[in-house]
Design a binder for this molecule. Structure first.
Ligand code: FDP
Length: 340
């Protein structure tokens, strides 16, 4: 990218203009997706501002409530959830919402109902809020199957049925990464304009990377293939260089780095958590969707992640995602274990 030219750029590709351009390729489109996305973008801008002001406004700290996973909720989690739920319902384009923060799915009342199901984690990486480390919002969008009478069946669809997925990272800059099914594009918030501008067109993950990303503190409880894989990252036997370890502990930030630089992000199963930690609908699926669309892979230890069919809305799954060749290696280790 030519940064000198960027500084003088006058023809700005905002996210709205980008999605409208995409929409114009589908003459039958009614613009519903563009409207829905503009409400998600608004939610992200609001949360970005709140995250930036959190230290000042004393928004950080416990809100005195516990979320459905038994974690203490922070004020920013509560605020972000409220903002997204309201923004999504008021778009008039949603019929079911599933949020990490709400035990039950929200069924939008018929007068405000649209055709989309949105699954989201309004503020992922909450243990990083208090120290100002990057956190983010993750979302996935499905088309409802039964528009007259939406049911949980409309939510419990495999990830490959998603029509779009993305995340917004609240870091040193605010970055919105989106795939509407073909390709992955990244937009950076220009705070002076209040607009997301296309800065990372057509992101492709390198086929192989030099970084692995995992919470090694759980190593004593890992299964054989995960332990062997991480050992290979550190002590390769094929003459290649060792990989570097980078782990922020904030899925959006760890996945964003993996997408741009290549490598692998792992949150495996272990003896204490046989299903891993990350949630299928609003963490594993959207990130797997983006990885595949960028040329990478996502694997659960048993199957392609996007083929999973969740049985409940807060289900968890182990996940290995990132560069194509790196994920291929962990797949081979699981396949070899299956033959033993
Ligand atoms: P957090 O618990 O801080 O909300 O989904 C939760 C998540 O963060 C992910 O963002 C992150 O990748 C993972 O958990 C970190 O878990 P560990 O602390 O167990 O490594």
């Amino acid at each position: 990218m030519d940064h000198a030219a960027d500084a003088h750029r006058t023809d700005l590709m905002t996210i709205t203009r980008f999605v409208l351009n995409e929409q114009s390729k589908h003459p039958e489109s009614r613009g519903d997706f563009t409207i829905l996305l503009s409400h998600i973008v608004l939610g992200c801008k609001f949360v970005c501002t709140a995250v930036n002001k959190a230290g000042l406004a004393k928004l950080i700290g416990l809100a005195g409530e516990t979320n459905v996973q038994g974690e203490e909720q922070k004020k920013l989690d509560v605020l972000s959830n409220d903002v997204f739920v309201k923004a999504l319902i008021s778009s008039g384009r949603t019929c079911i919402l599933v949020s990490e923060e709400d035990e039950e799915a929200t069924f939008v009342e018929p007068s405000q109902r649209g055709r989309y199901v949105v699954v989201f984690d309004p503020l992922d990486g909450s243990s990083n809020i208090d120290c100002g480390v990057s956190i983010g919002t993750i979302f996935g969008i499905y088309m409802v199957k039964h528009s007259n009478e939406p049911t949980l069946d409309d939510v419990l669809q495999p990830g490959e049925n998603m029509v779009a997925a993305g995340y917004c990272m609240y870091g040193s800059s605010c970055t919105f990464v989106l795939s509407t099914g073909v390709g992955v594009n990244g937009f950076t918030l220009d705070p002076s304009l209040g607009e997301f501008i296309l800065t990372h067109p057509d992101i492709k993950i390198p086929n192989k990377g030099k970084i692995y990303s995992v919470n090694e503190g759980n190593a004593k409880n890992w299964d054989g293939p995960t332990a062997k894989y991480v050992e290979k990252c550190k002590f390769p036997t094929d003459g290649s260089s060792s990989k570097s370890l980078r782990y922020i502990g904030s899925m959006v930030a760890d996945v964003h780095r993996t997408l741009l630089y290549g490598g692998i992000f792992l949150y495996p199963a272990d003896k204490k958590s046989p299903n891993g930690k990350l949630r299928v609908l609003y963490e594993v699926f959207p990130m797997s969707f983006l990885m595949e669309r960028a040329g990478g892979q996502a694997f659960t230890g048993k199957q392609r992640a996007l083929e999973l069919v969740p049985k409940n809305i807060h289900e968890r799954s182990p996940i290995f995602l990132g560069s194509y060749d790196d994920v291929e290696e962990i797949k081979a280790l699981y396949a070899a274990e299956g033959k033993e």
